[in-house]
Structure formats: C-alpha cells, structure tokens
Write a protein that binds this ligand. Structure first.
Ligand code: MN
Length: 147
C-alpha cells in the first residue's frame, strides 16, 4: 500500500482530496500546517506528498526547502497544491523543486494521473539504481564474464 501525506489547511479541500485518494486505494495521512507536515513526514515516511502552498506558519515553499535539505526526505515526489495558476507562480513552483503542481479546484482525474506517473517514475529510477552495476548505491557488482 502506498502512503500519501496530504498537507492542506482548508478542511473542505482536505476532505475532498482525501476521498479521491481513498477511493483510489491510497493510504492517506493528513496534516493541517507545515510544522505538522514535517513531523508526519519523519513519522510515516510517505511515498509522496501533496503540499498546499498557502499554509499558516510555515508555507509550502518553506516545508519543501526543509524536506529537500534532509537526505532522508529529499527523494520522494512532492506535488504543490495551489490556488494560483499564474506563469510566475508556475516558474517559482518548479524552481523551488516541486515535481508537479495542481491548481485548485483539484481535478480528480489529473490528480490521480499525476500521482500515478510520479510513483511509476520513482519505481523505475529505484529499479535502475538497483540493477546498474556502475551505481554506487546499488548492490556491489560481481565479475562480468565476457561470453
Ligand atoms: Mn491553504
């Protein structure tokens, strides 16, 4: 089962997104603000994070910066949830290191599609690392006999 951390301070949006994810059989853990988000990431180590940009206290950018600066948590995909769709915001979101963004109101089909493709690409990258003999993080390579 794949665990997703949903960080959103708006109760209605949180309930809506939780339901979309639950029906698609993802396990959902919720956080209402940035501090809670950071605590829950450390607790549950989710496979993916949905992160609202506008949060009370630490905003989405600050949360992402802290996640990416921690080697334990800098790999999993993070999707920004934003009320804005302006070009400058889009640019700022990608420059900040988000993998993707969703504009509210959240479209169910695109949300599930984005989540799915990010999880698939993570799995492919992991599989590649595990089988690549040149990789320093994969299993140690054995002697390669020429045939
Ligand atoms: Mn918000």
């Amino acid at each position: 089962m794949c665990t997703i951390l949903l960080v959103e301070d708006n109760l209605l949006i949180r309930e809506l997104v939780r339901e979309i994810l639950a029906i698609a059989r993802y396990e959902v853990v919720e956080a209402c603000d940035g501090t809670e988000a950071l605590r829950k990431v450390a607790e549950i180590e989710p496979q993916l994070v949905l992160l609202d940009i506008q949060l009370p206290g630490l905003d989405g950018y600050s949360v992402l910066r802290r996640l990416r600066s921690d080697p334990r948590f800098n790999k999993f995909p993070v999707i920004a949830l934003t009320a804005y769709a302006m070009q400058s915001d889009r640019q700022r979101i990608f420059e900040a290191g988000f993998d993707c963004y969703m504009t509210k109101p959240i479209d169910r089909a695109s949300l599930l599609e984005n989540i799915h493709s990010l999880l698939v690409s993570i799995r492919l990258a992991d599989a590649k690392r595990a089988t690549d003999p040149l990789s320093t993080t994969g299993p140690s390579s054995t002697t390669n006999h020429a045939s």
